[in-house]
Design a protein around this ligand. Sequence first.
Ligand SMILES: [Zn+2]
Length: 68
Amino acid sequence: MSDDCPGPLARMLADHPTLYRSLLAEHQADDYGRCAGCRSATLAPRWPCGLAEAAAAARRLAEGDVEA
Ligand SMILES: [Zn+2]
C-alpha cells in the first residue's frame, strides 16, 4: 500500500473524525521509535504502525490535505 492509495480502513476511518483523531493521539512513536499505542507486555511494532498510517490517511482524506 502506498501513501497515495488509502486502504479501505482509512476510507472507513475518514467518516469518523473522533476515532481517527484518538488513534493519532494514542499511536505516537515512543523514545525508541516504536508505537506507544500498540505497546504490549512484549514488543511494540515500529512506528508508524498500521493503525497510525490508516488514521493519518483517514485525516488526509477527511481534511483534504492530499490530492487524491
Ligand atoms: Zn500503534
